[in-house]
Ligand binder design. Structure first.
Ligand SMILES: Nc1ncnc2c1ncn2[C@@H]1O[C@H](COP(=O)(O)OP(=O)(O)OP(=O)(O)O)[C@@H](O)[C@H]1O
Ligand SMILES: [Mg+2]
Length: 494
C-alpha cells in the first residue's frame, strides 16, 4: 500500500503541473470544467488526505507532536527499522521513538493509517553576516483515505492523544512535595518543594488482611477509572481515606503503596507550617491532578477541635450535617478574628468549593487516635473509607515471612500463629525481628528469634494487665506488692 501511495503521489504532482499550464492556455469556463473533472479523477485515483503535525507551533513546542511521538514509539516496533532511544529528565525509563524518514502503519477500528516522520534542515536567514546556522524542522504526517476523515479527526486523533498521555504518565518519575520549606535540599519554587519519590512499598509487600487489601485495591481502581461516574453523579473527582491504628502498623507504608499503585505524586501537607486558612487554600491551588494529599498524625498536627467544640456547646438540637457547616458570616469572623488555621478552613480544604480546582485527587489522613478526631473531619463523604491498620495477625505475618525470608511455609509457623492470637505486636516489630543479622542458619534463626520476642511480649502484656487490675483491687497492701513484683519482672524481660 505504501509503495503504491508514494508512486501515485509523484505521478499526481506531475499532473498538477500540467493543470497549471492548461489554466494559462484555455478560457476560464473551459478551465473550470476541466478542474471539476480533475477533482473527480483525483478522488478516484488518489482518495487520500494528509495531516501534518509540526514539532513547533507559533515558536512553542507543540504538545500534540510530543504525544504523537510517545504514541508512535509503542507502535513502531513491528514496522520501522530505525528507531531512536532517549532518556528524558523526568522519565523512569528510556523512550523509544521513530527515527526521521521512517514510517509506521497503524490500525484503528479496521482502518489503516500511515504515519511518517520527517526532518528538514535549512539555513537560518535571521543570522545574516555571521556564519550561517542550520535550522531543523521536524514533523509527522498522517495519511488516510478521505472517507475516514470524520473518524480520524473525531475519534482517532483523540485516541492517539489519550494513549500518548497515558504512556507519558506511566513513565513519569513520581515526586513527593512538602510545604515545610525549612528543608533546603528540596527542589522547586512556590509553596511546595519536591524531591523524587522512590519508596519501594507495594501492595504485595504490605502485610495486612488479604480481604481488606483487595477491598482497598478495588476501591482505588474504581476511583482511578471513575471520571465518567463522578461527572455523571455531579461529584468532584476525589476520594478521602482515613488510616488509623497503633504506631508501626503500616499507615505510612500504605500511603507509599497507594502512590506506587496509581503512579500518583504525593503532597505531604505539614499543617504546623500553614499560617492560616488562606495559606491552606493557596497550597491546595498549587497541587496538581493525579496526586495524593497526605496529612500525617492529624490528631497531633494542630488543635483543630477548639472552635467546633465551643460551637457544639451552643447548639443542642442540630443534626451532624448542620453542625458541619458554619454560617459563612460566622466562618469569616472566626478566620478574621484569629487569622489562623481553623477546622472549618480544613473542612473547606477537603471538600469545599475550592477542593474541586484539580481532578483525580486522593486525600489521606493518618492517626494513632481516631477517637480524638472531630467527627466532622472524618465523616463519610469527607473520609470515604476508614481503614484500620491493626496489629500483626497470622495472614499479615505470612506476607512478611515471604518478603523478608522468602518462605511461604515452615514447621515453626504453627507456633507463631498460636502466639499471634494471644499478643498484640505491630508488623513493624515483626519485620524488625525477621531481618537476618547474618546469613547463617536462615530462616530458622530468624523465626526462633521472633518466637523469643513474642514470648517476651506475652509476659510483658500479662504483667501490664496485672498492673491495671490493681486499680480495681480493694486490698491496697496486696495491690502495692503486686505492682512492685510486676515492675521487677518487667525489667527482667524488657
Ligand atoms: N503492614 C505492614 N506491612 C509491611 N511492613 C510494615 C507494615 N507495618 C509496618 N511495616 C514496617 O515497619 C516500618 C514502619 O511502618 P510505618 O511507618 O508504615 O508505620 P506507621 O503505622 O505509619 O507508624 P506511625 O503511626 O508511628 O507513623 C516500615 O518501614 C515497614 O518496614
Ligand atoms: Mg507513619
Amino acid at each position: 500500500m505504501v509503495d503504491t501511495l508514494t508512486e501515485l503521489c509523484s505521478k499526481f504532482a506531475g499532473l498538477m503541473f500540467i493543470l497549471g499550464t492548461i489554466q494559462q492556455l484555455v478560457p476560464h469556463s473551459f478551465y473550470k470544467r476541466i478542474k471539476s473533472l480533475w477533482h473527480r479523477l483525483e478522488n478516484y485515483f488518489y482518495p487520500y488526505v494528509q495531516i501534518t503535525i509540526d514539532e513547533y507551533s507559533n515558536d512553542k513546542r507543540n504538545e500534540v507532536y510530543a504525544l504523537i511521538k510517545v504514541y508512535l514509539g509503542t507502535k513502531s516496533n513491528q514496522d520501522a527499522k530505525y528507531l531512536k532511544a532517549e532518556m528524558y529528565k523526568n522519565s523512569k525509563s528510556l523512550a523509544v521513538s521513530l527515527d526521521e524518514g521512517e514510517e509506521v502503519i497503524d490500525e484503528f477500528h479496521g482502518v489503516k493509517l500511515k504515519w511518517n516522520s520527517y526532518k528538514e534542515t535549512f539555513p537560518d536567514n535571521s543570522q545574516r553576516g555571521r556564519s550561517q546556522l542550520l535550522i531543523e524542522k521536524k514533523c509527522y504526517t498522517l495519511t488516510f483515505n478521505k472517507r475516514h476523515q470524520d473518524m480520524v479527526t473525531g475519534q482517532y486523533l483523540k485516541h492517539v492523544m489519550e494513549e500518548g498521555k497515558a504512556i507519558e504518565f506511566k513513565n513519569k518519575k513520581q515526586k513527593i512535595y512538602s510545604n515545610d520549606n525549612g528543608d533546603w535540599y528540596w527542589y522547586g519554587k512556590g509553596m511546595w518543594r519536591h524531591i523524587n519519590f522512590e519508596h519501594p512499598a507495594t501492595f504485595d509487600t504490605l502485610a495486612m488482611d488479604p480481604k481488606k487489601k483487595e477491598e482497598i485495591i478495588n476501591d482505588l481502581v474504581a476511583f482511578s477509572k471513575g471520571k465518567d461516574y463522578y461527572s455523571k453523579v455531579g461529584k468532584a473527582w476525589k476520594r478521602g481515606y482515613l488510616l488509623y491504628g497503633p504506631p508501626g502498623t503500616g499507615k505510612s507504608t500504605m500511603i507509599a503503596a497507594i502512590a506506587n499503585f496509581l503512579n500518583y505524586d504525593i503532597y505531604d501537607l505539614e499543617l504546623t507550617s500553614v499560617k492560616d486558612n488562606s495559606g491552606l487554600k493557596k497550597l491546595l491551588m498549587e497541587t496538581t491532578s493525579k496526586s495524593i494529599i497526605v496529612i500525617e498524625d492529624i490528631d497531633c498536627s494542630i488543635d483543630l477541635t477548639g472552635k467546633r467544640k465551643k460551637k457544639k456547646k451552643k447548639e443542642t438540637t442540630n443534626t451532624e450535617e448542620e453542625e458541619d457547616s458554619e454560617s459563612s458570616a460566622e466562618k469569616e469572623s472566626n478566620n478574621k478574628e484569629s487569622g489562623k488555621l481553623t477546622l472549618s478552613g480544613l473542612l473547606n480544604f477537603i471538600d469545599g468549593i475550592w477542593s474541586a480546582c484539580g481532578q483525580e485527587r486522593i486525600i489521606i489522613f493518618t492517626t494513632n487516635h481516631v477517637d480524638k478526631l472531630d467527627p466532622a473531619l472524618i465523616r463519610r463523604g469527607r473520609m470515604d473509607m476508614h481503614i484500620e491498620m491493626s496489629y500483626c495477625k497470622y495472614e499479615a505475618f505470612k506476607v512478611l515471612a515471604k518478603n523478608y525470608l522468602g518462605i511461604e511455609t515452615h514447621p515453626l509457623f504453627q507456633e507463631i500463629q498460636r502466639l499471634l492470637e494471644e499478643i498484640d505486636v505491630s508488623p513493624c516489630d515483626v519485620a524488625e525481628n525477621l531481618m537476618p543479622k547474618n546469613a547463617s542458619g536462615m530462616p530458622e534463626v530468624c523465626l526462633n528469634k521472633l518466637i523469643q520476642f513474642f514470648n517476651r511480649a506475652k509476659i510483658i502484656q500479662v504483667l501490664n494487665k496485672a498492673k491495671k487490675a490493681r486499680l480495681n483491687s480493694q486490698n491496697k497492701k496486696f495491690s502495692t506488692k503486686l505492682v512492685k513484683t510486676c515492675g521487677r519482672l518487667k525489667m527482667l524481660f524488657e
